[in-house]
Design a protein around this ligand. Structure first.
Ligand code: ATP
Length: 439
């Protein structure tokens, strides 16, 4: 993990928040390549859950919601973690469920641990000029509730019937007791959530199907299958709304940890919102007039955790011609930059020619143009940010308009007509891809 953190800082992917003031723990800012990488992760999620399906619509609900939402959803009462505080020297706080069962002493200083108390994870704030009880609102702790309260709106215009889903990406906030492991667990993060509404009798089948689909998404994008596992929750672990949940876990450097939760929420949410709002939250079959409250399967992924997993899984070090090379072997569609156009030397018209090729290429795919430093140094920089293709302009280019195309993983160099470059790379971007063997 230290290597990933260092790379993120060195290449401007992710920075500690408010660093000039000493930094704020567990809050991070994304720099240029981090923004591009995470936005590609989200784009691939949208592609697979929306563009490549017929049964999904999109939504972007607000972060602030009517406070009754959180009464109905059970979050005010039940969205808590068991907090235990060290009574010894260090006074550190721990999540009881993250400690070995029955542990009564502080893992840090060995002091006695106090009795557990339930701690609500929702961040509270106020709307309007007077901060009294009537003005309390919450920063949403999950994006899901924005979907449920809009269920009727969506049904009206979407011309869909169960099984169908509503997909959403957005920020969520949790006042976590323990924060840890870089961007794995932070106070604010982005979720990519689907609420998939199904006829009650089909809930188990859809739950199973979504587990397979979502596992496939990670492996299609290059995560090694043996670094992923599905872990069903034990009964005592289930959230207040769930009848069954399985986590997709990834083998992070700190061990197997949750990447995505896939829950069967039953009819809990729609029923609760119907009760609290007085609105009917059901599907009425226009043909038969039959009514039902659909059940909900929820694949809930974290965009930041996924970004971290893609970086960890693709990080590689190898020796090439006696020098160490660090390379992010990212799936080309996730790579922040797809191609770097580099003149071999900074003279003989090569920079101008390379610039012209780059300007043509960037209209079709994200590309960079770099003239700074030796060619080896420029390649290494691109390897570290995961750029899959290097395009080099050399003396031959000036004669026959061909360039060399260097593959990040195999280091193979081929010659190709500059005019064919964009079409070739676009084609490669959409071919099935398998993760290259890591060194
Ligand atoms: P954990 O057990 O790790 O606290 P959770 O089971 O509470 O997670 P869910 O409520 O299932 O998490 O949230 C769905 C997804 O949102 C998680 O799988 C994760 O990817 C992401 N997520 C949840 N909390 C955080 C956080 N504090 N920081 C970053 N991502 C998070």
């Amino acid at each position: 993990m230290d290597k990933i953190v260092a790379l993120c800082k060195r290449r401007g992917f992710i920075f500690q928040s408010s660093e000039i003031y000493g930094g704020m723990a567990s809050v991070y800012d994304y720099g240029h390549y981090g923004v591009l990488l995470k936005s590609n992760v989200k784009a691939e999620w949208w592609r697979s859950v929306l563009q490549e399906r017929d049964d999904m619509v999109a939504l972007d609900a607000a972060i602030l919601m009517h406070p009754r939402t959180w009464e109905a959803s059970g979050h005010l009462e039940g969205f808590t973690d068991p907090l235990v505080q060290c009574l010894g020297e260090c006074k550190k706080r721990w999540r009881e469920d993250h400690l070995p069962p029955g542990q009564r002493t502080c893992p840090e200083c060995g002091g006695e641990l106090a009795e557990a108390r339930q701690f609500n994870l929702m961040f509270e704030t106020h709307v309007g000029p007077v901060a009294d009880e009537g003005s309390v609102v919450y920063l949403r702790p999950e994006t899901a509730q924005g979907v449920f309260v809009n269920f009727k709106n969506v049904l009206q215009f979407a011309r869909k019937r169960p099984p169908f889903g509503i997909a959403q990406v957005g920020k969520a906030f949790r006042n976590e007791i323990t924060t840890q492991s870089f961007i794995f667990r932070t106070y604010e993060f982005e979720q990519m959530e689907i609420e998939f509404f199904v006829p009650p009798a089909e809930a188990d089948t859809w739950h199973q199907r979504w587990m397979e689909d979502r596992m496939g998404w990670y492996t299609d994008l290059g995560i090694r299958a043996d670094h992923l596992q599905l872990r069903p929750h034990g009964v005592d672990e289930l959230s207040h709304y769930s009848s069954a949940t399985s986590d997709i876990e990834y083998l992070f450097p700190m061990g197997w940890s949750e990447l995505e939760g896939i829950a069967n929420r039953g009819d809990f949410d729609l029923t609760q919102h119907a009760k609290y709002s007085g609105e009917k939250m059901e599907f009425v079959d226009p043909g038969t007039g039959d009514r039902c409250v659909p059940h909900v399967i929820e694949p809930s992924a974290g965009a930041d955790r996924a970004t971290l997993a893609f970086m960890v899984d693709s990080y590689d070090e190898e020796e090439v011609e006696g020098r160490e090379r660090v390379v992010l072997r990212l799936h080309p569609r996730l790579a922040p930059v797809k191609a770097a156009v580099l003149p071999l030397v900074n003279k003989d018209g090569q920079p101008e020619k390379a610039r012209a090729i780059y300007e043509e290429l960037r209209r079709r795919i994200p590309a960079e143009f770099d003239t700074g430093g030796s060619i080896g140094k420029r390649y290494r920089r691109q390897d570290e940010i995961g750029t899959p293709w290097g395009v080099t302009v050399d003396h031959q280019t000036m004669e026959d308009d061909t360039v060399t195309l260097r593959d990040r993983d195999s280091l193979e160099q081929t010659r190709i007509a500059a005019g064919d470059l964009a079409a070739e790379l676009e084609e490669r971007l959409h071919q099935p891809w398998s993760s290259p063997k890591l060194a």
